[in-house]
Design a protein around this ligand. Structure first.
Ligand code: SF4
Length: 103
């Protein structure tokens, strides 16, 4: 006696495609650099980064440094850039307390 599958092959394939698209969509397609090395920065600049709560990864994807008016892009989209307000490497996906959306 042949048993009928509860989920057809087509339905299973469709579900797999949806899962794959969700995984790819969540991961995005950019690789963020690590921009936390403050070696060589004067202590007051290190303190400023702390005071402004610079974070290398923004919890809110709408408030990342690369969407901020103060951001100075690096040589490529996946490289550290800079900030007009603080010295040191700045991640395009980072953020801080004074995020200012670009006009
Ligand atoms: S001000 Fe803050 S959010 Fe804007 S680029 Fe500088 S570190 Fe990033």
């Amino acid at each position: 006696m042949e048993r009928k599958s509860v989920v057809s092959r087509r339905e299973a394939l469709r579900g797999g495609v949806v899962v794959a698209l969700v995984v790819v969509g969540c991961r995005g397609n950019r690789t963020l650099p690590t921009c936390t090395d403050t070696t060589g920065l004067p202590p007051d600049q290190v303190k400023l980064r702390e005071t402004l709560a610079y974070a290398d990864r923004a919890p809110d994807p709408a408030k990342t440094c690369d969407h901020c008016a103060q951001f100075e892009p690096g040589p490529s989209a996946d490289a550290c850039g800079g900030c007009k307000l603080m010295k040191g490497p700045i991640c395009p996906g980072g953020t801080c307390k004074v995020f200012t959306p670009r006009a």
